[in-house]
Design a protein around this ligand. Structure first.
Ligand SMILES: NC(=O)c1ccc[n+]([C@@H]2O[C@H](COP(=O)([O-])OP(=O)(O)OC[C@H]3O[C@@H](n4cnc5c(N)ncnc54)[C@H](O)[C@@H]3O)[C@@H](O)[C@H]2O)c1
Length: 250
């Protein structure tokens, strides 16, 4: 058990689809501290994640110091590119990986939280998601669409989550996201607008902390994580790593 006691607190970690990323490790630490933890999982990765869970493929990494397995209170489908279901284009809503998930938008996940746990269901929200479809391209060669997708999914998504979830949080709630130092210095290989997205995320963290602190009394912070090979199965260590750059939806 960590020294911090989160007994009675409920957390959401948005951006968990396996046991290899920062989101899973944070979820496990929150559970070690006594919080109940739900996760938001990107629909294209949802089936694989549920299979890994159901077949016990992650049992070793789910083992808590108590000897019990980490249990997720809920696993919600979440595509943080969309604030409402109406924002998702037809080809996404009818895609085989999306069509049976129900409302996978940020608003849909917020509504499910209220339906499952009541009016004030949350204390902690962790934003551990990013996606840059052109991350391997230098910024100079990045298309406008690739750049805007990187910033939308990796930065605006924090604003979207905060707007829908801050009102649902109990007093003294906390938001946390993960950034990377490519926001403040040029790091070759971290392209596609991901460096811009992290710079936006950091600036937005300061402004949201000001606004959400005054409106709701919650805190907003970001941690700048070091490079880490987070994809499952683990490959050679990549340095630096953008976090997820998986963009397939087929
Ligand atoms: N790995 C690193 O080196 C590193 C370094 C610093 C910061 N970070 C940041 O840490 C966070 C977690 O990344 P990670 O490295 O653990 O990789 P990861 O691939 O394990 O986590 C990213 C998650 O985002 C999800 N995702 C992608 N698009 C999404 C969408 N539209 N809606 C909802 N979820 C979506 C993916 O399914 C995945 O589960 C990211 O913000 C990343 O930028 C990573």
């Amino acid at each position: 058990m960590l020294k911090i006691d989160l007994t009675g607190k409920r957390a959401l970690v948005a951006g968990v689809a396996d046991d290899a990323g920062f989101g899973f490790a944070i979820a496990k630490s929150l559970a070690e501290a006594g919080a109940s933890v739900s996760v938001g999982t990107w629909p294209p990765a949802l089936n694989i994640f549920m299979n890994l869970l159901d077949r016990g493929k992650m049992d070793e990494s789910r083992m808590l110091s108590s000897g019990q397995l980490l249990q997720f209170e809920k696993v919600y489908p979440l595509d943080a590119a969309y604030d409402t279901l109406a924002d998702a284009p037809e080809d996404i809503r009818t895609n085989k990986r999306y069509k049976d998930t129900g409302d996978f938008s940020i608003e849909g996940m917020a509504a499910r939280f209220v339906a499952d746990f009541g009016d004030k269901p949350l204390d902690i929200v962790v934003h551990s998601l990013a996606n840059g479809p052109e991350v391997k391209k230098p910024l100079l060669d990045t298309s406008r669409a690739g750049y805007l997708t990187a910033v939308s999914v990796s930065a605006y998504s924090l604003i979207g989550l905060a707007a829908k979830l801050a009102p649902l949080m109990r007093d003294h709630g906390a938001f946390l996201s993960l950034t990377y130092m490519a926001s403040e210095r040029a790091i070759p290989g971290y392209g596609g607008g991901m460096s811009s997205a992290k710079a936006a995320l950091e600036s937005d963290t300061r402004v949201l902390a000001y606004e959400i602190g005054r409106r709701y009394g919650h805190r907003v912070n970001t941690i700048s994580a070091g490079p880490y090979a987070s994809r499952r199965p683990p490959g050679p260590v990549r340095s630096p790593s953008p976090g997820s750059c998986r963009s397939r939806r087929s």
